[in-house]
Design a protein around this ligand. Structure first.
Ligand SMILES: [Zn+2]
Length: 469
Protein backbone atom coordinates (compact mmCIF):
# COMPACT_ATOMS: atom_id res chain seq x y z
CA UNK A 1 0.00 0.00 0.00
CA UNK A 2 1.13 3.49 -0.73
CA UNK A 3 1.77 5.78 2.21
CA UNK A 4 1.72 8.93 0.10
CA UNK A 5 -1.66 10.01 1.43
CA UNK A 6 -0.23 10.59 4.90
CA UNK A 7 -0.53 14.20 5.84
CA UNK A 8 2.67 15.79 7.11
CA UNK A 9 2.42 19.53 6.93
CA UNK A 10 6.00 20.56 7.56
CA UNK A 11 9.03 19.87 5.39
CA UNK A 12 10.25 16.30 5.81
CA UNK A 13 13.36 15.77 7.86
CA UNK A 14 16.20 14.81 5.56
CA UNK A 15 19.63 13.64 6.48
CA UNK A 16 22.03 16.48 5.78
CA UNK A 17 25.69 17.45 5.68
CA UNK A 18 27.94 14.46 5.78
CA UNK A 19 25.09 12.33 7.22
CA UNK A 20 23.62 11.16 3.97
CA UNK A 21 20.94 8.57 3.75
CA UNK A 22 22.44 5.25 4.77
CA UNK A 23 21.03 2.73 2.34
CA UNK A 24 22.95 -0.03 4.08
CA UNK A 25 22.49 -3.67 3.06
CA UNK A 26 19.22 -4.88 1.60
CA UNK A 27 16.60 -2.97 -0.32
CA UNK A 28 15.23 0.46 0.59
CA UNK A 29 11.86 1.64 -0.61
CA UNK A 30 11.50 5.40 -0.97
CA UNK A 31 7.93 6.71 -1.21
CA UNK A 32 7.86 10.32 -2.40
CA UNK A 33 5.66 12.99 -3.95
CA UNK A 34 7.45 12.53 -7.25
CA UNK A 35 10.63 11.61 -9.07
CA UNK A 36 12.04 13.44 -12.08
CA UNK A 37 14.95 12.64 -14.36
CA UNK A 38 16.55 13.69 -17.64
CA UNK A 39 14.66 13.56 -20.93
CA UNK A 40 11.32 14.18 -19.33
CA UNK A 41 11.07 11.42 -16.71
CA UNK A 42 8.34 12.54 -14.33
CA UNK A 43 6.28 10.30 -12.04
CA UNK A 44 4.03 11.56 -9.23
CA UNK A 45 3.48 10.17 -6.70
CA UNK A 46 6.36 7.75 -7.01
CA UNK A 47 8.20 4.95 -5.27
CA UNK A 48 11.72 3.70 -5.83
CA UNK A 49 13.39 0.48 -4.76
CA UNK A 50 17.08 1.08 -4.17
CA UNK A 51 19.89 -1.29 -3.35
CA UNK A 52 23.51 -0.67 -2.56
CA UNK A 53 26.24 -2.95 -3.84
CA UNK A 54 29.32 -3.73 -1.75
CA UNK A 55 31.26 -1.02 -3.61
CA UNK A 56 28.57 1.40 -2.35
CA UNK A 57 27.28 2.10 -5.83
CA UNK A 58 23.55 2.66 -5.51
CA UNK A 59 21.30 0.83 -7.94
CA UNK A 60 17.75 1.66 -8.91
CA UNK A 61 16.02 -1.73 -8.75
CA UNK A 62 12.64 -0.38 -9.77
CA UNK A 63 10.74 2.87 -9.88
CA UNK A 64 7.19 3.77 -10.73
CA UNK A 65 3.82 4.58 -9.26
CA UNK A 66 3.55 3.31 -5.64
CA UNK A 67 0.83 0.84 -6.64
CA UNK A 68 3.16 -0.66 -9.27
CA UNK A 69 6.02 -0.97 -6.80
CA UNK A 70 3.71 -2.67 -4.26
CA UNK A 71 3.74 -5.72 -6.52
CA UNK A 72 7.50 -5.87 -7.01
CA UNK A 73 9.04 -8.98 -5.36
CA UNK A 74 11.81 -6.87 -3.75
CA UNK A 75 9.22 -4.61 -2.10
CA UNK A 76 8.21 -7.22 0.48
CA UNK A 77 11.24 -7.02 2.72
CA UNK A 78 12.30 -3.49 1.80
CA UNK A 79 13.10 -0.98 4.51
CA UNK A 80 10.61 1.83 3.97
CA UNK A 81 11.21 5.59 3.96
CA UNK A 82 8.23 7.84 3.39
CA UNK A 83 8.67 11.46 2.32
CA UNK A 84 5.25 12.31 0.92
CA UNK A 85 6.16 15.95 0.49
CA UNK A 86 9.52 15.56 -1.21
CA UNK A 87 10.49 15.22 -4.84
CA UNK A 88 13.62 13.25 -5.79
CA UNK A 89 15.86 14.22 -8.69
CA UNK A 90 19.33 13.14 -9.83
CA UNK A 91 22.44 14.87 -8.48
CA UNK A 92 23.16 18.12 -10.34
CA UNK A 93 26.11 19.27 -12.43
CA UNK A 94 27.62 22.72 -11.98
CA UNK A 95 29.38 23.28 -15.31
CA UNK A 96 31.24 26.47 -14.36
CA UNK A 97 32.45 27.45 -10.90
CA UNK A 98 35.35 29.22 -9.23
CA UNK A 99 35.46 27.55 -5.82
CA UNK A 100 38.83 29.16 -5.05
CA UNK A 101 37.00 32.49 -4.78
CA UNK A 102 34.54 31.23 -2.13
CA UNK A 103 36.37 33.14 0.63
CA UNK A 104 35.37 36.44 -1.03
CA UNK A 105 31.62 35.80 -0.71
CA UNK A 106 28.92 37.72 -2.58
CA UNK A 107 29.88 41.33 -3.48
CA UNK A 108 28.01 44.15 -5.15
CA UNK A 109 28.82 44.82 -8.79
CA UNK A 110 30.01 48.38 -9.33
CA UNK A 111 28.59 49.25 -12.76
CA UNK A 112 30.62 52.49 -12.80
CA UNK A 113 33.88 50.55 -12.63
CA UNK A 114 32.51 47.99 -15.08
CA UNK A 115 33.86 44.53 -15.86
CA UNK A 116 37.50 45.63 -15.78
CA UNK A 117 36.98 47.13 -12.31
CA UNK A 118 35.48 43.83 -11.21
CA UNK A 119 38.46 41.87 -12.62
CA UNK A 120 40.78 44.21 -10.70
CA UNK A 121 38.82 43.55 -7.49
CA UNK A 122 39.21 39.77 -7.96
CA UNK A 123 42.93 40.18 -8.68
CA UNK A 124 43.30 42.02 -5.38
CA UNK A 125 41.27 39.53 -3.32
CA UNK A 126 42.53 36.29 -4.92
CA UNK A 127 44.50 34.15 -2.45
CA UNK A 128 48.11 33.22 -3.08
CA UNK A 129 48.76 31.07 -0.04
CA UNK A 130 48.30 27.32 -0.65
CA UNK A 131 46.67 26.59 2.74
CA UNK A 132 44.17 29.39 2.26
CA UNK A 133 43.36 28.32 -1.31
CA UNK A 134 42.73 24.76 -0.08
CA UNK A 135 40.42 26.17 2.60
CA UNK A 136 38.47 28.29 0.12
CA UNK A 137 37.95 25.38 -2.30
CA UNK A 138 36.98 23.05 0.57
CA UNK A 139 34.35 25.54 1.72
CA UNK A 140 33.15 25.91 -1.88
CA UNK A 141 32.91 22.12 -2.22
CA UNK A 142 30.84 21.93 0.99
CA UNK A 143 28.48 24.64 -0.28
CA UNK A 144 28.24 22.82 -3.62
CA UNK A 145 27.32 19.53 -1.95
CA UNK A 146 24.76 21.43 0.13
CA UNK A 147 23.42 22.71 -3.20
CA UNK A 148 22.76 19.20 -4.52
CA UNK A 149 25.86 19.11 -6.75
CA UNK A 150 27.43 15.77 -7.61
CA UNK A 151 29.77 16.90 -10.37
CA UNK A 152 31.45 20.21 -11.04
CA UNK A 153 33.62 21.93 -13.61
CA UNK A 154 35.74 24.09 -11.34
CA UNK A 155 38.42 26.56 -12.35
CA UNK A 156 41.76 26.44 -10.54
CA UNK A 157 42.69 30.11 -10.89
CA UNK A 158 46.18 31.28 -11.80
CA UNK A 159 48.14 32.52 -8.78
CA UNK A 160 50.39 35.55 -9.29
CA UNK A 161 49.71 35.12 -13.00
CA UNK A 162 51.03 31.53 -13.15
CA UNK A 163 49.15 28.22 -13.47
CA UNK A 164 48.70 26.70 -10.03
CA UNK A 165 47.47 23.18 -9.12
CA UNK A 166 46.44 23.91 -5.50
CA UNK A 167 42.72 24.35 -6.13
CA UNK A 168 42.71 21.23 -8.34
CA UNK A 169 44.27 19.22 -5.50
CA UNK A 170 41.55 20.43 -3.13
CA UNK A 171 38.84 19.30 -5.54
CA UNK A 172 40.54 15.93 -6.05
CA UNK A 173 40.40 15.51 -2.24
CA UNK A 174 36.71 16.46 -1.96
CA UNK A 175 33.78 14.08 -2.42
CA UNK A 176 32.67 15.78 -5.65
CA UNK A 177 33.10 14.31 -9.13
CA UNK A 178 33.98 16.23 -12.27
CA UNK A 179 37.02 18.24 -13.26
CA UNK A 180 39.27 21.06 -12.20
CA UNK A 181 40.65 23.17 -15.03
CA UNK A 182 44.01 24.82 -14.45
CA UNK A 183 43.80 28.38 -15.67
CA UNK A 184 46.48 30.20 -17.61
CA UNK A 185 47.09 33.47 -19.44
CA UNK A 186 49.11 33.53 -22.65
CA UNK A 187 49.06 36.62 -24.83
CA UNK A 188 51.80 36.60 -27.45
CA UNK A 189 55.04 38.54 -27.20
CA UNK A 190 56.90 39.69 -30.30
CA UNK A 191 59.39 37.09 -31.57
CA UNK A 192 58.36 34.44 -29.03
CA UNK A 193 56.32 31.23 -29.36
CA UNK A 194 53.59 31.20 -26.70
CA UNK A 195 53.51 27.40 -27.01
CA UNK A 196 57.12 27.13 -25.84
CA UNK A 197 56.43 29.37 -22.82
CA UNK A 198 53.39 27.23 -21.96
CA UNK A 199 55.39 24.00 -22.31
CA UNK A 200 57.80 25.38 -19.69
CA UNK A 201 55.07 26.65 -17.35
CA UNK A 202 53.13 23.38 -17.42
CA UNK A 203 56.09 20.97 -17.43
CA UNK A 204 55.92 20.47 -13.62
CA UNK A 205 52.15 19.82 -13.76
CA UNK A 206 51.75 17.33 -16.60
CA UNK A 207 52.44 14.16 -14.60
CA UNK A 208 49.82 15.11 -12.04
CA UNK A 209 47.31 15.92 -14.78
CA UNK A 210 47.98 12.59 -16.48
CA UNK A 211 47.54 10.72 -13.16
CA UNK A 212 44.01 12.02 -12.75
CA UNK A 213 42.99 11.64 -16.39
CA UNK A 214 40.84 8.55 -15.72
CA UNK A 215 39.82 9.47 -12.17
CA UNK A 216 36.66 10.85 -10.62
CA UNK A 217 38.10 14.39 -10.80
CA UNK A 218 40.10 15.03 -13.96
CA UNK A 219 42.53 17.89 -14.13
CA UNK A 220 42.17 19.80 -17.38
CA UNK A 221 43.16 23.14 -18.86
CA UNK A 222 41.49 26.51 -18.80
CA UNK A 223 42.84 29.05 -21.25
CA UNK A 224 41.30 32.00 -19.39
CA UNK A 225 39.56 34.00 -22.15
CA UNK A 226 40.13 35.24 -25.72
CA UNK A 227 41.35 38.59 -24.34
CA UNK A 228 44.03 37.01 -22.15
CA UNK A 229 45.12 34.01 -24.26
CA UNK A 230 45.91 34.20 -27.98
CA UNK A 231 44.61 31.58 -30.44
CA UNK A 232 48.07 29.96 -30.35
CA UNK A 233 47.66 29.34 -26.60
CA UNK A 234 44.27 27.73 -27.24
CA UNK A 235 45.68 25.49 -29.94
CA UNK A 236 48.46 24.50 -27.52
CA UNK A 237 45.81 23.61 -24.89
CA UNK A 238 43.99 21.43 -27.44
CA UNK A 239 47.16 19.54 -28.23
CA UNK A 240 48.04 18.91 -24.56
CA UNK A 241 44.45 18.04 -23.62
CA UNK A 242 44.31 15.50 -26.40
CA UNK A 243 47.69 13.99 -25.41
CA UNK A 244 46.63 13.70 -21.75
CA UNK A 245 42.99 12.77 -22.35
CA UNK A 246 41.63 15.73 -20.34
CA UNK A 247 39.12 18.48 -21.04
CA UNK A 248 39.30 22.18 -21.81
CA UNK A 249 37.19 24.95 -20.40
CA UNK A 250 37.28 28.69 -21.11
CA UNK A 251 35.38 31.96 -20.90
CA UNK A 252 33.98 33.02 -24.26
CA UNK A 253 31.86 35.88 -25.62
CA UNK A 254 31.16 37.07 -22.10
CA UNK A 255 30.49 40.78 -22.50
CA UNK A 256 30.56 43.87 -24.71
CA UNK A 257 34.05 44.82 -23.49
CA UNK A 258 35.48 41.56 -24.85
CA UNK A 259 33.55 41.98 -28.12
CA UNK A 260 34.97 45.48 -28.55
CA UNK A 261 38.57 44.45 -27.91
CA UNK A 262 38.42 41.52 -30.32
CA UNK A 263 36.55 43.30 -33.11
CA UNK A 264 38.14 46.72 -32.88
CA UNK A 265 41.21 46.43 -30.64
CA UNK A 266 39.89 49.23 -28.41
CA UNK A 267 38.10 49.82 -25.11
CA UNK A 268 38.55 49.24 -21.39
CA UNK A 269 40.16 45.80 -21.81
CA UNK A 270 42.85 47.30 -24.04
CA UNK A 271 43.51 49.99 -21.39
CA UNK A 272 43.67 47.21 -18.79
CA UNK A 273 46.18 45.15 -20.82
CA UNK A 274 48.27 48.28 -21.45
CA UNK A 275 48.24 49.00 -17.69
CA UNK A 276 49.53 45.47 -17.03
CA UNK A 277 52.26 45.91 -19.65
CA UNK A 278 50.75 43.10 -21.76
CA UNK A 279 49.97 45.18 -24.85
CA UNK A 280 52.55 44.88 -27.61
CA UNK A 281 52.72 44.68 -31.40
CA UNK A 282 52.00 40.92 -31.45
CA UNK A 283 48.88 41.43 -29.28
CA UNK A 284 47.79 44.42 -31.37
CA UNK A 285 47.92 42.19 -34.45
CA UNK A 286 45.50 39.68 -32.93
CA UNK A 287 42.69 42.14 -32.41
CA UNK A 288 40.84 44.75 -34.47
CA UNK A 289 40.01 42.47 -37.40
CA UNK A 290 36.26 42.75 -37.02
CA UNK A 291 35.88 39.18 -35.72
CA UNK A 292 33.39 38.00 -33.12
CA UNK A 293 34.94 36.17 -30.13
CA UNK A 294 33.78 32.80 -31.56
CA UNK A 295 35.23 33.58 -35.00
CA UNK A 296 38.47 34.71 -33.36
CA UNK A 297 38.91 31.30 -31.68
CA UNK A 298 37.55 29.16 -34.48
CA UNK A 299 40.85 27.41 -35.23
CA UNK A 300 41.00 26.08 -31.64
CA UNK A 301 37.26 25.48 -31.12
CA UNK A 302 37.22 23.27 -34.21
CA UNK A 303 40.03 21.11 -32.79
CA UNK A 304 38.33 19.89 -29.64
CA UNK A 305 34.95 20.14 -27.88
CA UNK A 306 35.24 22.67 -25.05
CA UNK A 307 33.18 23.92 -22.16
CA UNK A 308 32.75 27.63 -22.91
CA UNK A 309 31.34 29.78 -20.13
CA UNK A 310 28.89 32.50 -20.79
CA UNK A 311 28.45 32.79 -24.58
CA UNK A 312 26.46 36.01 -24.36
CA UNK A 313 27.60 37.72 -27.54
CA UNK A 314 26.58 35.28 -30.26
CA UNK A 315 25.36 35.90 -33.81
CA UNK A 316 23.41 33.34 -35.84
CA UNK A 317 26.66 32.50 -37.63
CA UNK A 318 28.42 32.03 -34.27
CA UNK A 319 25.73 29.60 -33.12
CA UNK A 320 26.25 27.58 -36.29
CA UNK A 321 30.01 27.60 -35.73
CA UNK A 322 29.59 26.40 -32.13
CA UNK A 323 27.35 23.59 -33.34
CA UNK A 324 29.96 22.42 -35.82
CA UNK A 325 32.69 22.69 -33.18
CA UNK A 326 30.67 20.62 -30.67
CA UNK A 327 31.22 23.30 -28.02
CA UNK A 328 29.10 23.19 -24.86
CA UNK A 329 27.99 26.63 -23.73
CA UNK A 330 27.70 27.11 -19.98
CA UNK A 331 25.08 29.65 -19.07
CA UNK A 332 25.23 31.12 -15.55
CA UNK A 333 21.87 32.96 -15.31
CA UNK A 334 22.37 34.65 -11.94
CA UNK A 335 25.93 35.75 -12.74
CA UNK A 336 24.74 37.08 -16.07
CA UNK A 337 22.12 39.19 -14.31
CA UNK A 338 24.71 40.34 -11.79
CA UNK A 339 26.99 41.64 -14.57
CA UNK A 340 24.03 43.15 -16.46
CA UNK A 341 24.93 41.14 -19.58
CA UNK A 342 21.33 41.22 -20.74
CA UNK A 343 21.31 45.05 -20.68
CA UNK A 344 24.52 45.20 -22.72
CA UNK A 345 23.94 42.41 -25.20
CA UNK A 346 20.26 41.49 -25.04
CA UNK A 347 18.79 38.24 -23.71
CA UNK A 348 21.04 35.20 -23.59
CA UNK A 349 20.39 33.01 -26.65
CA UNK A 350 20.35 29.67 -24.81
CA UNK A 351 17.05 28.66 -26.43
CA UNK A 352 18.42 29.40 -29.92
CA UNK A 353 21.55 27.41 -29.05
CA UNK A 354 19.50 24.43 -27.87
CA UNK A 355 17.31 24.62 -30.97
CA UNK A 356 20.47 24.55 -33.12
CA UNK A 357 21.72 21.46 -31.28
CA UNK A 358 24.37 23.24 -29.19
CA UNK A 359 24.30 21.77 -25.66
CA UNK A 360 23.78 24.40 -22.97
CA UNK A 361 24.71 23.46 -19.42
CA UNK A 362 24.13 25.53 -16.29
CA UNK A 363 26.83 27.01 -14.08
CA UNK A 364 26.96 29.23 -11.02
CA UNK A 365 30.19 31.10 -11.82
CA UNK A 366 31.84 32.35 -8.61
CA UNK A 367 30.00 33.04 -5.34
CA UNK A 368 30.89 36.73 -5.82
CA UNK A 369 28.03 37.21 -8.30
CA UNK A 370 25.36 35.25 -6.42
CA UNK A 371 22.59 37.10 -4.59
CA UNK A 372 23.70 37.18 -0.91
CA UNK A 373 20.32 35.85 0.25
CA UNK A 374 20.62 32.83 -2.07
CA UNK A 375 24.27 32.07 -1.33
CA UNK A 376 23.66 31.37 2.36
CA UNK A 377 24.57 27.77 2.99
CA UNK A 378 24.69 26.63 -0.61
CA UNK A 379 25.99 27.14 -4.14
CA UNK A 380 23.26 25.52 -6.20
CA UNK A 381 22.35 24.81 -9.79
CA UNK A 382 18.79 24.33 -8.54
CA UNK A 383 18.73 28.08 -7.83
CA UNK A 384 19.93 28.74 -11.41
CA UNK A 385 17.07 26.55 -12.67
CA UNK A 386 14.62 28.46 -10.47
CA UNK A 387 15.95 31.77 -11.80
CA UNK A 388 15.36 30.74 -15.43
CA UNK A 389 12.04 29.11 -14.70
CA UNK A 390 10.70 32.21 -12.95
CA UNK A 391 12.06 34.62 -15.56
CA UNK A 392 11.54 32.77 -18.84
CA UNK A 393 9.05 30.02 -17.93
CA UNK A 394 11.42 27.43 -19.40
CA UNK A 395 10.04 23.91 -19.41
CA UNK A 396 11.18 22.04 -16.28
CA UNK A 397 12.40 19.04 -18.28
CA UNK A 398 14.68 21.19 -20.47
CA UNK A 399 16.07 22.80 -17.32
CA UNK A 400 16.81 19.41 -15.80
CA UNK A 401 18.72 18.29 -18.91
CA UNK A 402 20.72 21.56 -18.74
CA UNK A 403 21.39 20.86 -15.06
CA UNK A 404 22.51 17.25 -15.52
CA UNK A 405 23.35 15.46 -18.78
CA UNK A 406 24.51 18.47 -20.82
CA UNK A 407 27.24 19.36 -18.34
CA UNK A 408 27.87 15.71 -17.53
CA UNK A 409 28.65 14.82 -21.14
CA UNK A 410 31.12 17.69 -21.41
CA UNK A 411 32.82 16.32 -18.28
CA UNK A 412 33.00 12.81 -19.73
CA UNK A 413 30.28 11.48 -17.40
CA UNK A 414 27.86 9.07 -19.04
CA UNK A 415 24.16 9.98 -19.14
CA UNK A 416 23.38 6.85 -17.10
CA UNK A 417 24.89 8.61 -14.04
CA UNK A 418 21.80 10.86 -14.03
CA UNK A 419 19.22 8.25 -14.92
CA UNK A 420 16.66 7.09 -12.36
CA UNK A 421 15.50 4.23 -14.57
CA UNK A 422 15.51 0.66 -13.30
CA UNK A 423 19.02 -0.82 -13.53
CA UNK A 424 20.80 2.54 -13.45
CA UNK A 425 23.48 3.59 -10.96
CA UNK A 426 22.86 7.28 -10.24
CA UNK A 427 25.88 9.34 -9.23
CA UNK A 428 23.69 11.19 -6.76
CA UNK A 429 20.16 11.68 -5.48
CA UNK A 430 18.66 14.98 -4.37
CA UNK A 431 15.47 15.40 -2.35
CA UNK A 432 13.61 18.70 -2.20
CA UNK A 433 10.64 19.43 0.07
CA UNK A 434 7.61 20.79 -1.79
CA UNK A 435 4.42 22.56 -0.81
CA UNK A 436 1.98 19.85 0.34
CA UNK A 437 -1.00 21.84 -0.93
CA UNK A 438 -0.11 21.42 -4.63
CA UNK A 439 -2.83 20.70 -7.16
CA UNK A 440 -2.99 17.02 -7.95
CA UNK A 441 -1.37 16.17 -11.26
CA UNK A 442 1.00 19.13 -11.11
CA UNK A 443 4.42 18.43 -12.61
CA UNK A 444 6.67 17.48 -9.65
CA UNK A 445 9.68 19.42 -11.00
CA UNK A 446 7.46 22.47 -11.40
CA UNK A 447 6.68 22.13 -7.69
CA UNK A 448 10.39 21.98 -6.87
CA UNK A 449 11.09 25.07 -8.99
CA UNK A 450 8.28 27.05 -7.40
CA UNK A 451 9.55 26.59 -3.85
CA UNK A 452 12.66 27.97 -2.30
CA UNK A 453 13.31 24.79 -0.30
CA UNK A 454 16.93 23.73 -0.05
CA UNK A 455 18.08 20.69 -2.01
CA UNK A 456 19.32 17.76 0.11
CA UNK A 457 21.97 15.56 -1.43
CA UNK A 458 20.77 12.32 0.13
CA UNK A 459 23.29 10.22 -1.77
CA UNK A 460 26.52 10.78 -3.65
CA UNK A 461 28.48 7.82 -4.99
CA UNK A 462 31.50 7.43 -2.72
CA UNK A 463 34.76 8.04 -4.48
CA UNK A 464 36.14 4.70 -3.32
CA UNK A 465 33.73 3.22 -5.89
CA UNK A 466 35.55 5.35 -8.45
CA UNK A 467 37.41 2.55 -10.14
CA UNK A 468 34.16 0.80 -10.84
CA UNK A 469 32.49 3.93 -12.27
ZN1 LIG B 1 34.21 32.13 -14.82
Amino acid sequence: MSQTTESIAEEPVFPGGSHRLDFGPGVTRLDVAGIVGPRGLSIAPASMLLGQARDQKLRVIARGRPTDIDHHPDAVLAKRISWPHAVVLPGLVNAHAHLDLTHIGPRNYDANRGFVGWVEMVRTLRLNNAEEILGSVRRGAELSLAGGTVAIADIAGAVDGRPNPTAARALVDSSLWGASFIEFFALPKPGEFAARRLDDLFAPLLTEMRTHAGGPVRVGLQPHAPYSVGPEGYVWACRIASELGVGISTHLAENATEVELIARGTGPLRDFLEGLGRWNSAVAELFGRGCSPVEHLLSALAKRPMLAAHGHALSDADIERLGRARTTIVYCPRASEYFGAQLELGPHRYRDLLAAGVPVALGTDSIIGLPPSEAVGRISILDEMRCLHARDAVSPSILLDMATVHGGRALGIDDSAFSLDAGSHPLGLVAVGVDPSARSGENPLERVLRTNSPPHLIYIRPRRAANKA
